[in-house]
Ligand binder design. Sequence first.
Ligand SMILES: Nc1ncnc2c1ncn2[C@@H]1O[C@H](COP(=O)(O)OP(=O)(O)OP(=O)(O)O)[C@@H](O)[C@H]1O
Ligand SMILES: Nc1ccn([C@@H]2O[C@H](COP(=O)(O)O)[C@@H](O)[C@H]2O)c(=O)n1
Length: 230
Amino acid sequence: MEKAARTAPAVIVAIDGPSGTGKSSTSKAVAAQLGLSYLDTGAQYRAITWWMVSNGIDVADPSAIAAAAEKPEIISGTDPSAPTITVDGTDVAGPIRTQEVTSKVSAVSAVPEVRARITELQRSLAASAAYGIVVEGRDIGTTVLPDADLKIFLTASPEARAARRSGELKGADVNATREALIKRDAADSSRKTSPLAKADDAVEVDTSDLTLQQVIECVVTLVEEKRAAK
Ligand SMILES: Nc1ncnc2c1ncn2[C@@H]1O[C@H](COP(=O)(O)OP(=O)(O)OP(=O)(O)O)[C@@H](O)[C@H]1O
Ligand SMILES: Nc1ccn([C@@H]2O[C@H](COP(=O)(O)O)[C@@H](O)[C@H]2O)c(=O)n1
């Protein structure tokens, strides 16, 4: 598999969609299976949010966020079997998943200066991926990599997404989880700069009634078809 991937043409894959649709799980597995790099762009927005909170920046003040947007150094490791994220040299893989960061990330990621900074990082990582990359997020197909070889937009019902997330957060209330997902998606979809949206040329995959393995197989097939046509 690895050898075949390394003799195949480099391929850029954009995977977007709302929260809990399976973007990270699918993208990581597809990248690992096909010998591609992997970038979790949500982790980058979470990392900059973590830095803002840790440094006492008021996340309700867009001008304060904009003024600080260039300060933290954010580095993403793109090996799908061990993705990493550091801020100023500190491993923040755990801290960026707290409820506090999750509840504040939409406000921080809506600030245009933050998006410009993070988008530049994302494009540079994609350009330096020798064998190709799977990049997952909210605006990859529409804004970050509009010329991606393949664009996928994952969806799932709010009920399916809430059940998946509640399974992860042991003991979490499914209704509260569902409301929180809907609220975050609404904020991400309604911001002015680069909102969560399906690109016109993206393939939409509804994962509500599919197992994770079925979604992975579907995306691997789509990538292989694109590669064969290159
Ligand atoms: N098709 C599926 N069937 C069942 N569970 C799934 C499926 N896809 C993903 N999951 C599970 O749902 C949870 C959320 O998946 P994942 O983190 O990949 O979603 P996401 O779209 O990246 O979410 P977010 O945008 O919030 O980071 C994980 O526990 C994952 O294992
Ligand atoms: N391309 C992206 C990716 C993410 N965001 C913002 O980050 C939040 C966290 O994303 P997760 O995938 O880790 O849940 C998300 O809610 C968005 O606010 C983004 O703006 N653009």
